[in-house]
Design a protein around this ligand. Structure first.
Ligand code: DCM
Ligand code: DCM
Ligand code: DCM
Ligand code: ZN
Ligand code: ZN
Length: 263
């Protein structure tokens, strides 16, 4: 996801934290640092020399065969340099490792806040055309690629245009209402069924498989190359974007609640 997507995930999560988890987050991030404000640090960091190692942690290149067959296999798809599944497992362990420095544990929490967002973006769980980066499309007449429309353009369009704080707060509030009493109320429990921080790799793999399935159902179903996506493609994508961002936020809260309880 882009900046707005990650900030929305973090904002939703911050509203489902236990009191214990709020204290835990404040203790690691530092006073006055909100989860949305640091939710995209990992994207800046991966382009730095020091942070280059973390570039593969944002995705898993599932070598499946969409749209006819979708699957994620950890042995097949998580490269030697790591992937989003192994990164979530690694930083889940590190964030509560008392032998590490506070700065190191803080970075682990920042990474989790970001990667538990990225793993719900279907194209972050897909190798095809570099996760859709090599599929040239247009958005409102402007050349872009399929991956970027899922990360950014369609999210901003859905939220109401742009990525201001007001847009972010309204988008998060709308998805929270759906979680609390709306379309997601009856299924949200299934989103957090895997919430044992001691089995992080198993849970993260399930999350990757859940998102990857959308590539066969919708994301890569037609040949999108050269298509204008702001019309009917966007209409079909919108409910997927909304459920995946809501899911990430709700899951992130459950994960941090569990981490705080285990710390
Ligand atoms: N760090 C990061 N991104 C940055 C700067 C630092 O991920 N832009 C990481 C590297 C360190 C940790 O944060 O592990 C703590 O950084 P600091 O020493 O600046 O508190
Ligand atoms: N930081 C981090 N991980 C990142 C980015 C930054 O741990 N991905 C840390 C480094 C500093 C603090 O956050 O300790 C503030 O960073 P900045 O001043 O770059 O916002
Ligand atoms: N990305 C991905 N899968 C890949 C390569 C990249 O999901 N195999 C993601 C990471 C960024 C976006 O695509 O969200 C653009 O990546 P980059 O800036 O590395 O081109
Ligand atoms: Zn992306
Ligand atoms: Zn990312």
């Amino acid at each position: 996801w882009g900046i707005l997507g990650h900030a929305t995930v973090a904002q939703i999560a911050s509203n489902y934290l236990t009191a214990q988890a709020k204290t835990y987050v404040a203790g690691l991030l530092g006073p006055g640092v909100t989860m949305p404000s640091i939710s995209s640090y990992a994207d800046d960091y991966r382009y730095t020399t020091a942070g280059k190692f973390s570039a593969p942690y944002h995705f898993i290149d599932a070598e499946d065969n969409p749209p006819s067959a979708c699957s994620v296999d950890l042995n097949r798809d998580c490269g030697a340099g790591g992937c989003v599944v192994s990164a979530i497992a690694n930083y889940t362990q590190r964030v509560n490792d008392g032998r590490r420095t506070l700065a190191n544990r803080k970075q682990a929490l920042e990474f989790l806040i970001h990667f538990i967002g990225d793993i719900t973006q279907p194209l972050h769980d897909e190798a095809e055309a570099l996760g859709g980066n090599q599929i040239a499309v247009t958005w409102q007449g402007n050349p872009t690629n399929l991956h970027a429309t899922w990360d950014t353009q369609m999210v901003e369009q859905d939220a109401g245009g742009g990525n201001t704080t007001a847009v972010l707060m309204a988008f998060a509030a709308k998805l929270e209402a759906a979680i609390d009493t709306g379309a997601y109320a009856s299924q949200k429990a299934s989103w957090v069924q895997c919430s044992n921080v001691a089995t992080a790799s198993t849970c993260a793999l399930q999350w990757a498989q859940d998102a990857n399935a959308y590539n066969c159902q919708y994301v890569l179903k037609a040949n999108e190359t050269g298509q204008e996506l702001s019309g009917s493609y966007y209409t079909g994508a919108k409910p997927i974007i909304e459920i995946q961002i809501a899911k990430a936020g709700y899951r992130l809260a459950a994960w941090i609640n569990a981490l705080a309880a285990a710390a």
